[in-house]
Unconditional design. Structure first.
Length: 517
């Protein structure tokens, strides 16, 4: 286990902190200022709880039931009940890293001093994360408004010692048993605490942060595979000249063009577009790669801005305002800002997958590949080569297009029309995770085809760029075989996929090109 420690204070949580906890099992500690802020906010809640006037979430019911005033002797039961009743998820289990991100981000907001949760509850949240205990959270149950209610409720249920959770050994057991095995005392929730543990955009935000990290790697990888395909198709690198991109100053476009140009430096394959079958210019999927990849990069930059703003937020309802001693209802739990960019990223990823597949198809078509064998086969007719690899890639692209349909454009009223407009941000995040997985596979297929094509060009006496050779060598070292007679293709494609996901493309070329954007 990674013993790196992330300190949770009243401000300053970063995307890197979230990933360290979610994926790297980093330990979590509460700072002294967080403990002080928790205690100060709790004093305000306790003072309001002692007054006869009803305060939402402290001495009332919830949602459409907020009109009922709850007497002091029933308030502990009220907080337990909201957790139990809201832990209503269904469907497959959500991935461990998503649940850890969800829990950590809720702890971050709790520690801000705006929720009124006692310090000991926050400490228990940190203890559960540090013990490697992961509550069982289900796929369905969040509408992305009033927070990710059902997913967060399953996490809160585990803090109470109820429901199921996965231990550090991967075995699912009753949460109470796991807490006891790690010396953790279940929490006894008091006024407002049950509600405060449920009311945030933490699930969709955690998935956004992890998707951004994955997509940054994939966009750089896609620049590299686009360069390989351009080279294998004997295209021209003149379209990558900085002065061409300076006159359309989208920063992502310039970065992608620069990446491709550096990968192609020293190539003996580029610039042959006027040889045997003269071309005035390359096809759009080759020539416009920087424009499409770059637009996606700019989308990532905007989404990262939204993620950073949400990381700086304290999302709860009602919220404690320590400076004026008030607890106020608000609508900050609405997931629209996060939901929109999750959908935006799915659109960008689908388009990147689409242009990537078009280059692969061009590499395999003898009528458009400028001298490459049909389907890059060893003995075309006897061998089918990569024909069906493109089918697989096309199926993935088709699903990407379906996943690009916005979830945030939908809304289903709930809670007896009290919650009459919702964000569907959790759904947007879930489909984006699938889209990111598919995009990695799509890039892997282009890599597999382009690497084979470049090797075949070398047999024709043309010398690839040094960075290209480095990619091919690294791919072969990773167990992905080169040109030859037909063989069981699925293991090669799986190995190429693993290579892409691990950042193997970037790691292979950067010693030659220097750091890429």
């Amino acid at each position: 286990m990674d013993m790196h420690t992330v300190v949770v204070g009243t401000s300053g949580t970063t995307a890197q902190d979230v990933i360290a906890v979610a994926r790297g099992n980093a330990r979590v500690e509460l700072s002294a200022d967080a403990v002080a802020a928790l205690a100060a906010a709790r004093e305000i809640v306790d003072a309001l709880a002692a007054k006869p006037e009803p305060v939402y979430g402290v001495s009332t019911g919830f949602g459409a039931l907020a009109t009922r005033h709850i007497s002091p002797e029933l308030r502990a039961q009220l907080q337990r009940n909201i957790v139990r009743s809201h832990a209503a998820g269904m469907g497959p289990r959500v991935e461990r890293e998503v649940v850890r991100a969800l829990m950590f981000l809720r702890l971050k907001t709790v520690a801000s001093g705006h929720t009124g949760v006692r310090p000991e509850v926050a400490q228990t949240m940190a203890d559960v994360l540090n013990a490697g205990i992961t509550p069982v959270v289900h796929e369905y149950g969040s509408l992305g408004c009033s927070g990710d209610l059902a997913p967060l409720s399953h996490c809160a249920l585990a803090l109470m010692g109820e429901g199921d959770a996965e231990g550090p050994d991967g075995t699912v057991r009753p949460a109470g048993e796991l807490l006891a095995a790690h010396g953790i005392t279940p929490v006894e929730l008091r006024e407002k605490e049950g509600l405060a543990l449920l009311n945030g955009t933490d699930g969709m935000l955690g998935m956004l942060i992890m998707a951004l990290a994955d997509l940054r790697t994939l966009y750089t990888s896609a620049d590299i595979t686009a360069a390989l395909s351009l080279e294998a198709l004997l295209g021209t690198d003149k379209v990558l000249a900085p002065e061409l991109h300076a006159i359309r100053p989208h920063p992502g476009q310039g970065a992608s063009a620069d990446n491709m140009l550096r990968v192609l430096a020293g190539s003996g394959l580029t610039g042959h577009h006027q040889d045997d079958a003269p071309r005035v210019q390359d096809a759009y999927s080759v020539r416009c790669a920087p424009q499409v990849n770059g637009a996606g990069r700019d989308t990532l930059a905007y989404a990262a801005t939204v993620a950073d703003r949400e990381l700086a937020a304290a999302v709860d309802n009602p919220v404690v305002l320590p400076g004026c001693g008030r607890v106020e209802s608000n609508g900050n739990f609405h997931g629209a800002p996060v939901a929109y960019v999750l959908d935006f990223l799915a659109i960008a990823a689908a388009d990147l997958g689409s242009i990537t597949e078009r280059r692969t198809d061009r590499l395999l078509d003898k009528n458009r590949s400028h001298g490459l064998p049909p389907f890059l086969a060893d003995d075309a007719g006897v061998d089918s080569g990569l024909m069906i690899a493109q089918y697989t890639q096309a199926a993935l692209v088709s699903e990407m297009k379906r996943l690009a349909v916005p979830a945030s454009a939908d809304s289903i009223p709930s809670s007896a029309m009290q919650e009459d407009h919702v964000s569907m941000g959790w759904s947007a995040a879930r489909k984006l995770r699938t889209a990111v997985d598919n995009l990695a596979r799509i890039v892997a297929v282009e890599l597999y085809a382009a690497a084979r094509a470049v090797e075949l060009r070398a047999r024709q006496g043309l010398t690839p760029a040094p960075a290209t050779r480095a990619v091919v060598e690294a791919l072969r070292a990773a167990g992905v075989e080169g040109p030859g007679p037909d063989r069981f293709l699925s293991p090669d494609l799986a190995a190429a996929d693993a290579f892409v996901r691990a950042g193997g493309l970037v790691a292979a070329v950067e010693p030659v090109t220097g750091p890429l954007a």
